[in-house]
Write a protein that binds this ligand. Sequence first.
Ligand SMILES: Cc1ncc(COP(=O)(O)O)c(C=O)c1O
Length: 364
Amino acid sequence: MRSTKAVIDLAALRHNLRTIKSIASGSKVMAVVKANAYGHGLVQIAKALTNDADMFAVATVQEALSLRKAEIKTPILLLEGIFNAKDLELVVEHDLEVVLHHWPQIEALQNFKTDKQIKVWVKLDSGMHRLGFALQDLALIESTLADISCLANPIRLMSHFASADDPEDDFSATQLEAFDQATKHITTEKSMANSAGILTQKNAHYDWVRPGLLLYGCSPLIGSEASEYDLKPVMSLESQILAIKPIKKGESTGYGRHWFADRDTNLGLVAIGYGDGYPRHAKNGTPIWVNGRTVPLVGRVSMDMLAVDLGPDCQDAVGDRVVLWGKELPAERVAPHADTIPYTLFCGVTKRVRFYYKDKSNEM
Ligand SMILES: Cc1ncc(COP(=O)(O)O)c(C=O)c1O
């Protein structure tokens, strides 16, 4: 059977949460598990964290309902709030917390009848100019929300960084200053830091941090790797060599003939392609781990396979294990070769890949 698989290390995941807690000691942790836990498996990841995370954050009501269906009782925040007034019925029924980022959501709450108390977070736009109310609207929002009887008190406040992943960019400090100024009169719980903010903006930890990528053992910072912060990769994307083929100097491999051998060598054909989520636009030279070393991707990635240059004197054999990213080869090192970021590598793994969840108790 084709052995292409993603191995998910739940012990590493919990280790990463402990590391985050030690970096942001004193803050509660909202574990971001949206987008199928960044491709790692929503329910499995949430179950592994449910005793240690203070809250889960998701993007859609459907994601929240999957967690409740799996009997996860931890508080859940909808990061983009409700998409229409009807969502409020599900919010109440499943005890979800909601972000409010624009006026139509507040109007839906004004018109909603319930005897339950809904917990809300007001999202403020401190400069990213994506979601969120203008900072100067805060007073009006506060007074409007005070008149809505189904809201639990106190409301909480949040904002989001635009470029905390670039330590050279001082815009995060500008955003932090703006958020701080606008909200310092309110003594309520606040949240600002995503993964990059947790690492680079210690003053932005506030009451709650919101790590996504860090949980999965990957650094969001340009030019750095997770091991520098005592974080361990959670996903290992693995396959095997399905064929070895000698190739002569001057010959090419793959569709479009995008690579030519500059010496006689051996190609390893690896059983993974863009049909599994490996990026098709990964370039010649993208590192791939085989038998304790990295070898270069050569030629175009196909749907079901790709080729690597194993070298003229290779000792590799058909069936040998290959790691596309994981412990042996951090995703941070792979992503730039495909002009992308680790987030898209993780989210892109397709359903054809079999997922295995290992914990200390079932080491593979
Ligand atoms: C509002 C918000 N907070 C936190 C996160 C987590 O981000 P990261 O994975 O960079 O930690 C996200 C992810 O996009 C987000 O949208």
